[in-house]
Design a protein around this ligand. Structure first.
Ligand SMILES: Nc1nc2c(c(=O)[nH]1)N[C@H]1C(S)=C(S)[C@@H](COP(=O)(O)OP(=O)(O)OC[C@H]3O[C@@H](n4cnc5c(=O)[nH]c(N)nc54)[C@H](O)[C@@H]3O)O[C@H]1N2
Ligand SMILES: Nc1nc2c(c(=O)[nH]1)N[C@H]1C(S)=C(S)[C@@H](COP(=O)(O)OP(=O)(O)OC[C@H]3O[C@@H](n4cnc5c(=O)[nH]c(N)nc54)[C@H](O)[C@@H]3O)O[C@H]1N2
Ligand code: SF4
Ligand SMILES: [Mo]
Length: 701
């Protein structure tokens, strides 16, 4: 592989190009790239953008190391060795695209287009390099569609059935809160720019409480840490309601005017005295009582919920239960009160213009859940499933590393009769299984436009440098494939800049001022400061729905409840063999599996670790530094033990998501996770998982 050594002419003038961080992170920072002589010298936070505040996380402040990484993919590759080994030869674009188009046409003619499946997620969050031309291509082809559930669907459904949409507080207003519950979020690692506002509030006297099974760097910096068992958040929320009733801390007027189903929820909450929740959550009863006293008395009270708490069987219900809390105390009356899980529902994106569902023209295609790709790749044609998967086109995702139960996923990807094309910047675990690997540009090399799920601005990303080597944007690759498949050119001809311009264009006009985006790189959406001060929730009833008639109509519980995990520690037969709960939250210096191959960041994380509480370690004769075997019926994961109070008793933390080939023994955390689905939204249950751990001093790994 060619080593790229960018050398800029030191005498050439520098320019600054405005952009947006493309990564799957709520912060969506505004970037400024300094360019000299066509070479990107550095990437910094745009000081003019309030939510970025001129600060980037460590990962993206080293972005040029990723862009000019010696292992960047620079030309198309065709597999020459067995799948999974990563042996490839260089081919030209023409040859690669012609062969891919011919293979897809053959499969579509023989087995129907639904035997072809796209697999993509949020390698870039851009609306253009995400699902624009790619979606048009698969719509026009009539391929299977992908249910993009792998991150947030349980929480999304929970919010939609309570508040009405993915909406909530504006992040900047947390600076004025008096109590902040950081719930299921390691904000310092994964929502740094929210944490800046929480710090301002703290300096102003606010109290910060972290609710997380792991004693994270965020938990350490809060005044209090409630280290509950994974998957018990709804029990905690119901007990808080119980105490708000007992303490007479409710805002009866707000409940009366702006909520639905209080009588029924009240009855349910009364079944959850703090003693009961304390047993379920594994926390002291006094901690629950004191949290309820604070929540009922310290106004304005704000909750920053994050997706970490919805990756369990009852994740959707848990989000529903927590999302009910602000209405009970009338927290929404103040702009610094309420809850935020995601702000993405407020953006008027014109997805139909970008993705052209009209190109489907005919029967709706089958929809496959990305969480169960492991099982689905191993299925035969059947009336229930439809045609066996014969071709997979992967972009913006690394499923062999990030999808649950990876032994099954890798087995599926290793099928000799599966035709796999991977659009990538790097030779990932997934790319190792491809028939063709096509080199994709990075954010510094292409146009894009971004919404955010943590703030309320739109950001434009202009290319700062020319594409490296023969890399092409996803859009350009799908345009070319469409041409070679003989699809009508008019549906694919929009340029990337034109796609950016149409992303927020509505019948009533442009929702954002594109001239302003071109000029300063970001634009703020108009919106209300305290969106639900007077009610007006975007639910069918216009109220905060404690009781959801829509859920009841689907045969589900209309009220939120605590659902125990599929795999529960304690007195279950499964727990006899696998007594420890296993969670695999993000490592601070990686973003899902992105950045694992950037040496300077991997050196900070050192190696894959398993945090284990001193009691659990002692019971197994494990000391820090031991290579351990973490296992259950689905697989074995090898990593280094770190005996640490960051783990609570009974719960072990395996920080994710390493590339399998860079971990010990070619495995990662998803060797252990299951393909079961959440109560709402068909999401994954990464943190609903039991394991056992053994030291493995003799064998090594
Ligand atoms: N540095 C970094 N930043 C990231 C990511 C990353 O991988 N690295 N990932 C990005 C992505 S894709 C997303 S979706 C977002 C949000 O990503 P999240 O996955 O929400 O990440 P965190 O905010 O770190 O929250 C996870 C926290 O939830 C805790 N947790 C696990 N189970 C439970 C539970 O049952 N209840 C409660 N209360 N807490 C639990 C974990 O211990 C962890 O500290 O962050 C994004 N930002
Ligand atoms: N055990 C466990 N598993 C998890 C999680 C966990 O907490 N624990 N987190 C889950 C969550 S929240 C999520 S969101 C998923 C994330 O899963 P993915 O969305 O698959 O995220 P990444 O692993 O970051 O992989 C993204 C890939 O896209 C590539 N990429 C980036 N930009 C572009 C581009 O412009 N074009 C092309 N072609 N490729 C590009 C990157 O190089 C990278 O390899 O993982 C999930 N998996
Ligand atoms: S990953 Fe998040 S914090 Fe880091 S630069 Fe991107 S948006 Fe900002
Ligand atoms: Mo995610």
């Amino acid at each position: 592989m060619t080593v790229i050594v960018p050398v800029a002419d030191a005498g050439a003038p520098t320019t600054e190009v405005r952009g947006a961080c493309p990564h799957d992170c709520p912060d969506t920072c505004a970037l400024v790239t300094t360019v000299r002589d066509g070479v990107a010298l550095k990437v910094q936070g745009n000081p003019a953008h309030a939510q970025t505040g001129g600060v980037l996380c460590t990962k993206v402040s080293r972005y040029v190391q990723r862009v000019y990484h010696p292992e960047r993919l620079l030309h198309p590759l065709r597999r020459v060795g067995p799948k999974g080994l990563g042996r490839f030869e260089r081919v030209g674009w023409d040859e690669a695209l012609a062969d891919i188009a011919a293979r897809l046409q053959t499969i579509a003619a023989r087995s129907g287009p639904q035997a072809i499946v796209p697999y993509s997620y949020a390698g870039t969050m851009g609306l253009v390099q995400g699902e624009s031309i790619a979606a048009r291509f698969f719509n026009r082809l009539g391929a299977s569609q992908l249910d993009r559930t792998i991150c947030s669907m349980a929480g999304t459904e929970g919010l939609v059935h309570t508040l009405g949409a993915k909406v909530g507080m504006r992040v900047e207003h947390y600076a004025e809160s008096k109590l902040i519950l950081v719930w299921g979020s390691n904000s310092i690692a994964s929502n740094l720019h929210f944490w800046r506002y929480a710090q301002m509030a703290k300096r102003d006297g606010a109290k910060l409480v972290c609710i997380d099974p792991r004693r994270t760097e965020t938990a350490e910096k809060c005044h209090e840490h409630i280290a509950l068992r994974p998957g018990t958040d709804a029990a905690l929320a119901l007990a808080l309601m119980h105490e708000l009733i007992a303490n007479d801390a409710l805002d009866a007027d707000y409940i009366e005017r702006h909520t639905l189903g209080w009588e029924a929820l009240r009855e349910r909450a009364l079944q959850w005295p703090p003693e009961r929740a304390a047993r379920v959550c594994g926390v002291p009863v006094e901690q629950i009582r004191s949290l309820a006293r604070d929540y009922g008395s310290m106004a304005p009270a704000a909750i920053r919920l994050n997706y970490g708490m919805q990756r369990v069987r009852g994740g959707g219900n848990a989000v529903r239960a927590v999302a009910c809390l602000p209405a009970l105390i009338g927290a929404w009356r103040h702009r610094a009160g309420g809850v935020l899980l995601s702000s993405s529902g407020q953006y008027p994106v014109n997805r139909a213009a970008l993705q052209r569902p009209d190109l489907l023209a005919g029967a709706p295609p089958r929809i496959l859940n990305m969480v169960t790709i492991g099982d689905d790749l191993l299925r035969q044609t059947s009336p229930e499933f439809g045609p066996k998967i014969e071709a997979l086109l992967v972009y913006n995702s690394n499923p062999v590393a990030v999808a649950p139960q990876s032994a099954r996923v890798a087995q599926g990807f290793a099928r000799d009769d599966l035709f796999t094309v991977v659009l990538e910047q790097f030779q990932t675990d997934t790319a190792d299984h491809a028939d063709y690997v096509l080199p994709a540009t990075t954010q510094l090399e292409h146009w894009d436009i971004h919404l955010s799920y943590g703030h309320s601005d739109v950001l434009l990303n202009r290319p700062a440098i020319a594409p490296l080597g023969e890399a092409r944007p996803n859009t350009a690759i799908f345009r070319e494939l469409a041409r070679r498949m003989g699809f009508e050119p008019q549906a694919f001809e929009d340029s990337d800049e034109a796609l950016c311009r149409m992303a927020f264009r509505q019948a009533s006009g442009d929702a954002v001022d594109f001239a302003q985006l071109l000029d300063q790189g970001f634009a703020t959406l108009p919106g209300s400061d305290a969106p639900f001060a007077q009610g007006g929730f975007p639910t069918p009833s216009g109220r905060c729905e404690f009781y959801s008639a829509r859920l009841a109509a689907q045969g589900m519980d209309g009220l939120p409840d605590h659902l125990s995990n599929y795999e529960t520690a304690g007195a279950s037969p499964l727990a006899e063999s696998y007594p420890l709960a296993f969670i695999s939250p993000p490592a601070r210096n990686f973003l899902n599996s992105t950045f694992v191959n950037v040496r300077s960041l991997r050196d900070i994380e050192v190696e894959p670790v398993l945090e284990i509480h001193p009691e659990d370690a002692a019971a197994r004769g494990i000391v820090s530094g031991d290579v351990v075997r973490v296992f259950n019926a689905r697989g074995v994961y090898h990593c280094k033990a770190l005996v640490s109070q960051r783990a609570r008793p009974g719960v072990v933390n395996g920080l994710g998501v390493w590339w399998r080939k860079l971990g010990l023994g070619g495995t990662n955390v998803n060797e252990l996770t299951s393909q079961r689905l959440t109560d709402l939204g068909r999401g994954p249950v990464f943190y609903d998982c039991l394991v056992e751990v053994q030291a493995q001093r003799t064998e090594g790994a």
